[in-house]
Ligand binder design. Structure first.
Ligand code: PLP
Length: 430
């Protein structure tokens, strides 16, 4: 596969942009290095790069692109919004319309506020939880990524019930000590942490279905226990649904699982491919936010007509009949096909799938928490990733990420992907 133009552009980018990328996950550091491919055009399920290569895309821009690239309904909505001016700094009718759409689909959102990214949404839910409870500490689960605000850039590693240490230079020890990390799917360690620090904990922050060490579902009863333990301790429960909102059904993972948090953070899909975030929850909690309450949160770009229009259009597409059934069907085809390939090879691998999202881990163990995912084989993943890329299948360059199917994928794309995966497994096994 020809890559000379990508290589030249990457070289140039490295001269001007830190590491040549504007988000570290786009570099190929997680797959043993190499040149990130420079894409020129996205259309439906496909990408076209600057060297003229075509790819079936499963990155989905790390989650937002659920209707395929450049979906005509969303593109039209963005174009129309641009004609009327992209940013007002005043309220618009669209914001309430979109807020209502979110509230109608996720009942725990009694009031919402739009921001510009998932990072902002999560960061603000924590601030509001602290304002509401008058407490400072937060419990999160090992390996869950909640954006890059200081407080949540802590202890993505293992170590049950320990006070956090910073994962990033520049995050102070004092901040890290406000975060307690426990393993996902492990109610006992959560209980221990709450027994010890419960009266200082403002909130337990959790991805109801994990998307950040691959797709990992909660074991039955886990989220109910999170609610019970947190509430007994007087703490709030915050769901980070930045990946999961509208991913598995029209609504949140909370609808799918029948559990209710006090607050929810969202992003990605609800922006239809433009920058957005949103948070919301119980009225008595949300009324702590400025201008009604003392917890300050603001944003020049928040609720801008372009992002809101794209979000509304995206949800309109997702309301069409059969959308989620199709994602589930294609997901099951992909999962079954990968499992067949695994069965016919000696390469250790396992698939976690929920509807249109899955992760292929190079381990024979079941993956239920971060340590399980972390223990999967980096070298095998890197080989697989590169062999797939060279056959025109674009995956995220990290063993911890998910493959996202879009409404634009078709059965023939899944078949082509499985053919490529089979070849990759054959070559890895040799
Ligand atoms: N929360 C989760 C679960 C995420 O996966 C991400 C991003 O990947 C974020 C928060 C941060 O969102 P953003 O990148 O829009 O700031």
């Amino acid at each position: 596969m020809e890559k000379t133009h990508s290589e030249a552009l990457y070289k140039e980018a490295c001269e001007h942009i830190v590491g040549g990328v504007n988000s570290p996950s786009r570099s190929f550091k997680g797959v043993g290095g190499g040149t990130p491919i420079f894409m020129e055009k996205g259309e439906g399920a496909y990408f076209y790069d600057v060297d003229g290569n075509k790819y079936i895309d499963y990155l989905g821009a790390y989650g937002p692109i659920i209707t395929g690239h450049a979906h005509p309904h969303i593109t039209r909505a963005i174009t129309n919004a641009a004609h009327n001016g992209t940013l007002y700094g005043t309220p618009t009718k669209l914001e309430s319309q979109f807020a209502m759409m979110l509230k109608n689909s996720i009942p725990s959102l009694e009031k919402v506020r739009f921001v510009n990214s998932g990072t902002e949404a999560v960061m603000t839910t924590i601030r509001v939880a602290r304002a509401y409870t008058g407490r400072t500490k937060v419990i999160k689960f090992a390996g869950c990524y909640h954006g890059h605000s200081d407080l949540v850039l802590v202890a993505a590693g293992s170590g049950p019930s320990t006070l956090g240490s910073p994962d990033s230079a520049g995050v102070t020890k004092n901040i890290a000590e406000e975060v307690i990390t426990v393993p996902f799917n492990d109610p006992e360690n959560l209980k221990k942490a709450l027994d010890k620090w419960g009266n200082e904990v403002a909130a337990v922050l959790v991805e109801p279905i994990v998307g950040n060490f691959g797709i990992v579902e909660p074991v039955p009863g886990f989220l109910e226990t999170v609610n019970q333990l947190a509430h007994n301790a007087g703490s709030l429960v915050i769901y980070d649904e930045v990946i999961t909102a509208f991913r598995f059904m029209y609504g949140g993972a909370q609808n799918l699982l029948g559990v209710t948090p006090d607050m929810t953070a969202m992003g990605k899909i609800i922006g239809g491919g433009l920058p957005i975030g949103a948070y919301g929850g119980r009225i008595d909690i949300m009324e702590n936010v400025a201008p009604l309450g003392p917890a300050y949160q603001a944003g020049t770009m928040s609720g801008n007509p372009a992002s809101i229009s794209a979000g509304i259009a995206c949800l309109e597409v997702l309301q069409e009949e059969g959308v989620y059934e199709k994602l589930d069907y294609l997901g099951s085809r992909l999962e079954d096909g990968l499992n067949n390939i695994i069965k016919n090879h000696t390469v250790p691998a396992t698939v976690n799938r929920l509807k249109g999202a899955l992760t292929l881990y190079f381990t024979s163990q079941k993956v239920q928490n971060y340590d399980d995912a972390d223990n999967s084989n980096d070298v095998l993943f890197s080989k697989f990733f590169k062999k797939m890329l060279n056959q025109g299948i674009n995956l995220a360059p990290s063993k911890y990420e998910a493959w996202f199917i879009t409404t634009a994928h078709e059965e023939k794309d899944i078949e082509e992907t499985l053919k490529a995966a089979e070849k990759a497994f054959d070559e890895i096994e040799k």
